[in-house]
Design a protein around this ligand. Structure first.
Ligand SMILES: [Zn+2]
Length: 429
């Protein structure tokens, strides 16, 4: 046994909460869960005053956008996107190593706040893959196709396709399956039926998942109906976009029929409450979707609209937002939002994980439960949902490898990344 957490409290997301339990790791996999006399291990970590939890899944982000943290605040989405973000992103394309550095900065923040797996949508895909691979995290990677003109459009002669093919050929399912290539349409109204059909067919042929933005704002939702005579969900569905496993981010303005479409096709909805509230986009009808059996996961979205990757913020906000929206304090209880950040995220990404269970990858976080923020603790699940922040994470592991411990990064030269990020950001913003 390589590593053993001794006498720890474990919120397993599988069975009940286990107190004073020993959790062992061998070859990157959870190999032992038991109480009583602890087995021998290369390294033993005392779990006194700590809580062990599955590491978190961020199911919608744009990691290189950390370079644009704080750009274009307090604006409506269309103004924010077209007048501030797209021009800055044009400059990101022109600066060497910008995408890699932005991605690494985001990954560093995720690791330190408990996330080890994410769905990303951004150009410069091979640079994001390189960062994720080096940092030791898991990532489902795609670059969101944007094309306003269907005339002469051919996905297979675009940089989007070239990049996807590069990641598919060189990174897909390597390193114990940590990196996965996906296909992505930025949004229905920033693309067209030709792109929808070609991307859907390509994903289906290569067994790849899809990642899209869906009905984020009411303007976008209505524009789509005006332009194509269909809601974004109906349009994507008609052209096969949801015939493969798919993650749809936002879904704030979906109709009853759209919800049925998403449920029927097993589409995961990535709920991004911080971004949605900051841009005043709206709140997705999450409880309605859950009632129809839709898998709901959580995301942070990009750093220009959040502005942090701390998924514990999304956990708490998701719960209290829907209590408010439903005028029902029993809506989205702690256990449901914790499931969204773990079990449901793993399901969305096609990964066996999100639980502390023998045989699963040792993707784990250790949380300090002896801090003023956490004492006293009546129920660890309640504390996780409502008082924990990413700053309480003291150790992060992915596939049994320690990526972060007591403020120290084991796989990232954090001083260099912060220095480079400041330099590059000054050039692009
Ligand atoms: Zn997004």
């Amino acid at each position: 046994m390589d590593l053993l957490f001794k006498n720890v409290t474990a919120v397993t997301m599988d069975e009940d909460i286990l107190s004073n339990v020993n959790v062992g790791i061998t070859n990157g996999v959870i190999s032992y869960i038991g109480s009583g006399e602890a087995p021998k291990a290369e390294r033993v970590i005392d779990g006194e005053g700590k809580l062990l939890f599955p590491s978190l899944y961020n199911c919608h982000t744009h990691t290189p956008m950390s370079l644009l943290r704080g750009v274009g605040n307090d604006l409506a989405l269309e103004d924010w996107l077209f007048n501030h973000i797209f021009p800055a992103e044009q400059r990101i394309k022109e600066v060497q190593n910008a995408v890699y550095t932005g991605a690494m900065l985001s990954i560093a923040e995720m690791i330190s706040s408990g996330t080890t797996s994410f769905n990303d949508m951004y150009f410069g895909l091979p640079q994001v893959a390189k960062a994720a691979l080096e940092a030791g995290v898991k990532a489902n990677l795609s670059n969101g196709v944007i094309s306003f003109n269907p005339e002469g459009y051919d996905y297979f002669s675009t940089a989007d396709y070239e990049e996807t093919l590069h990641v598919l050929t060189n990174y897909h399912n390597t390193s114990g399956g940590r990196i996965k290539a996906e296909v992505s349409l930025h949004c229905a109204y920033t693309t067209h039926p030709k792109a929808w059909q070609q991307c859907a067919e390509y994903a289906s042929k290569n067994n790849l998942s899809m990642h899209v933005h869906l009905s984020e704002t009411v303007t976008e939702h209505n524009k789509n109906i005006e332009q194509f005579g269909l809601t974004p969900a109906a349009a994507f569905s008609k052209y096969g976009v949801f015939d493969v496993p798919a993650v749809a981010a936002h879904a704030c303005h979906v109709t009853e029929e759209d919800i049925d479409i998403l449920a029927e096709h097993g589409v995961t909805v990535a709920h991004n409450p911080v971004s949605n509230l900051k841009l005043a986009s709206g709140a997705a009808p999450i409880t309605k979707m859950m009632a129809k059996g839709i898998n709901i996961a959580l995301g942070t979205d990009g750093m220009a609209s959040n502005n942090t990757h701390d998924l514990f913020e999304e956990i708490k906000l998701a719960s209290i937002l829907h209590k408010y929206a439903e005028k029902d304090p029993t809506a989205l209880p702690a256990k449901d939002v914790l499931k969204m950040a773990t079990v449901n995220g793993a399901r969305a990404q096609g990964r066996k994980g999100g639980q502390i269970k023998e045989g699963l990858d040792a993707d784990l976080i250790l949380i300090d439960f002896d801090s003023p923020r956490q004492v006293p603790c009546t129920d660890p699940a309640i504390s996780l949902a409502y008082s924990t922040t990413g700053r309480d994470v003291v150790m992060t592991l992915c596939q049994g490898r320690i990526l972060y411990e007591n403020g120290e990064y084991k796989t990232i030269d954090i001083e260099k990344i912060i220095y480079d990020a400041k330099e590059i950001s000054a050039k692009v913003v």
